[in-house]
Design a protein around this ligand. Structure first.
Ligand code: 5GP
Ligand code: MN
Length: 340
């Protein structure tokens, strides 16, 4: 069991019990861990008779909309006024799966101005913003795992109902690539076991998340690997680039490229993989590595981003062509580390 600070837990518990308006939020473009954590906590609080409201900066991919009560999440991007009012009235604000206000993008000013006590529950290194309570551990597999620990230590396992378990399991499963990375601790599997005990049907969750894609998404994946992947063995690197036109050709929907960046890492000898996706006004950069090469540092240095050692993200404000050209130059600069 993770040793959480008991004083901090006590303070958190009194804050929860003494709050009238609890909001749970997460980062922009929420992934499975982000949404799984938000909903997992929401359902657990609900089980304890505590109401809360979920607000995310924007929408999330289709493969997560089956999660119980995900339709109750308010999207700041769609209902700005309502979300702003909620954040202005909040007295307790759970910030899950991100470590700085900048990660909520357009919602950051509203978040910063909110009078609520801000509680961080996260597994990224180095929290950056003034959160009042910080529960931050990089050794856990996912924020969902950490939410489980917090809930269990606050209220006992009874707080985890089946809905909460399904959401938390989805968070752990997606953030570990179905228990294939960032899960070398026994505890992650113990918690997965406890969630199964609470009613998670693993095959069903797997099917809903991974066998539920559109035909277009599958063809876009095929196209990405066949036509848009460059492998650079001398730098143990491979990258994929997708332009607006490519995405349009395959009728791209939010979340369609999720996971693409992991594929090049299956090539023998490749330790660094990057996905460049053309966006409105910037190129989204997704970085993954195997072993010691720290992609969060690479992203901080060149793409105003961050994340974990082996999974990070950021943005390039150059054109796709310039971004790729610069990237190849950077590889040469980092060749020694990549070949270490
Ligand atoms: P993804 O490549 O799936 O978008 O993100 C991978 C990891 O990097 C996630 O842990 C995510 O939180 C982090 N990340 C993604 N984009 C950014 C960004 O723009 N800034 C920072 N600091 N982290 C990011
Ligand atoms: Mn996460």
């Amino acid at each position: 069991m993770l040793q959480l600070d008991q004083n901090l837990l006590q303070e958190l518990k009194s804050s929860i019990l003494g709050s009238k308006n609890i909001i749970i939020t997460t980062h922009h473009n929420p992934d499975g861990d982000a949404i799984g954590s938000v909903l997992g906590l929401y359902h657990a609080l609900w089980e304890m008779g505590i109401g809360s409201t979920m607000v995310t900066p924007n929408g999330f991919p289709d493969f997560l909309t089956w999660l119980p009560e995900s339709d109750k999440v308010i999207h700041f991007s769609k209902e700005k006024k309502r979300a702003q009012a909620l954040l202005e009235q909040a007295d307790l604000l759970f910030c899950l799966d991100f470590n700085g206000f900048g990660r909520v993008e357009d919602m950051s000013q509203t978040l910063e101005k909110s009078p609520a006590k801000k509680v961080l529950i996260d597994h990224h290194p180095d929290p950056e913003s003034p959160f009042q309570l910080i529960i931050s551990y990089t050794e856990v597999s996912s924020t969902a795992e950490l939410v489980y620990e917090v809930v269990e230590q606050l209220f006992g396992p009874k707080a985890i109902n089946t809905d909460s378990a399904v959401c938390l399991f989805t968070g752990i499963m997606t953030d570990t690539g179905s228990f294939s990375y960032a899960c070398s601790r026994e505890r992650t599997f113990q918690i997965a076991g406890k969630l199964i005990e609470k009613g998670v049907r693993v095959e069903q969750v797997q099917g809903l998340v991974y066998n539920n894609f559109s035909e277009n998404r599958m063809r876009l994946l095929g196209f990405s690997l066949a036509e848009r992947m460059k492998v650079i063995p001398e730098h143990k690197t491979a990258y994929i680039w997708l332009t607006r036109a490519d995405l349009n050709q395959f009728k791209h929907q939010v979340g369609d490229t999720e996971g693409f960046v992991n594929y090049p890492l299956s090539i023998k000898g490749i330790v660094f993989s990057v996905l460049f996706t053309e966006n409105d006004g910037f190129v989204k950069v997704s970085l993954r590595s195997r072993g010691d090469f720290a992609v969060n540092r690479f992203s901080q240095l060149y793409y105003q981003g961050g994340g974990h050692k082996n999974a990070a993200g950021g943005k390039s404000f150059k054109s796709m062509g310039e971004t790729i050209e610069e990237f190849e130059e950077l590889l040469a600069k980092h060749s020694q580390e990549l070949n270490a």
